[in-house]
Design a protein around this ligand. Sequence first.
Ligand code: NAD
Ligand code: ZN
Length: 374
Amino acid sequence: MTASRRGTRTIQAAGSPVHLGEGVLHELQRWLLAEAREARKFILGDENSLRQCLPELLAHVAALREAPTIAIPPGESSKSIEVCTALWSHLAGSGAERSSVLIVLGGGVVTDVGGFVGATYMRGIRTVHLPTSLMGMVDAAIGGKNGVDLDGIKNMVGTVRQPAAVYVHIPFLRTLGKRELMNGAAEMLKHGLVLDADHWHAVRAAPWHDLDALTPLIMRSAELKCEVVSRDVQEHGERRLLNFGHSIGHALEAASWEGPHRGLLHGEAVVVGMLCESWLSWRLGLMPREDHDHIAEQLLMRYKHYPFGSSDHHRMLELMSHDKKNQDGRFRFTLLEGIGKGRIDVEVTAAQAAEALDHYRLRAHDVQHHDPQA
Ligand SMILES: NC(=O)c1ccc[n+]([C@@H]2O[C@H](COP(=O)([O-])OP(=O)(O)OC[C@H]3O[C@@H](n4cnc5c(N)ncnc54)[C@H](O)[C@@H]3O)[C@@H](O)[C@H]2O)c1
Ligand SMILES: [Zn+2]
């Protein structure tokens, strides 16, 4: 890690610099002048990120003032190949060249789509991520995974390709709603659970609405993600730690958009996934009961119980069977050995996964929910 005079910290993620802290937009201006002065620059965002964050970006980064902007509709439905086709055509029609730079300003949806379009347009143009959601800052914009959903299955098509750089400007979060903040906090909690018990305790106890209190925790989460990605960029092993909560979480997220209830955000589904997978960690004898009880109590205190019926199980197991981590038709989950210590590649049967879902469905709402932010 390096630190500059202005308080910017730079961490490497698989050879790609992630700039954090004060002065990152100044750092971006400097990079554009040094590395892309003559290049054509395009700013991609969704309607919200462009409305809320573009004025601040342009106020600090004069080198982008002439750059055309491209807006996609907000929301997961923009993670589609149709949106990518429209963006490839738009770039081609606007004369984007191999030397052009795609500046991606938005949450995880925009960085996933922008990362993929940037990786594939003319076989790859320089892509710079400016995450604007908490999910983007601590997770989605870091590590190079990008892509779109296919036939209701998340992230089925995509690549792993590092952006030219990531600039994490935390003040962008000022306009982010509470639900979105809690969504991103779920991934920070996950980082703590699989990698760093101190981080878990710091995040679970922090006032999430207070950006000053959150800032060092965002930086720590981003750092944990950078470290794991740097050690295992292609996800041959350790990077799978970050999938804790996601085997069940991804299936629930997809199923929630098909059913009668409101759809779940990614992080909200991951919270249910972490509850189920913490329970499995105890049930399979990997983690002590007290650790499970503590995790369940803390998560259920912050996040409301999500009601789903037993009839949803079949669909969720079907969705889980598409998980890229499975081998030979068997589920492979990342579980916990304790708080701060994940274990990858644990074989889980469909019956055990169903049992975990049942446990959540029937028992979890017994725990009192109270919102410490209210
Ligand atoms: N590639 C990865 O490694 C990775 C990791 C985690 C998540 N993801 C993906 O990220 C996506 C979720 O990301 P997300 O939670 O950021 O969702 P998102 O991009 O949809 O953003 C959430 C909402 O907040 C709005 N928004 C963003 N920044 C804002 C701001 N500063 N002010 C006001 N509104 C703002 C967006 O317009 C959107 O409506 C999922 O598709 C998930 O699969 C990818
Ligand atoms: Zn996630």
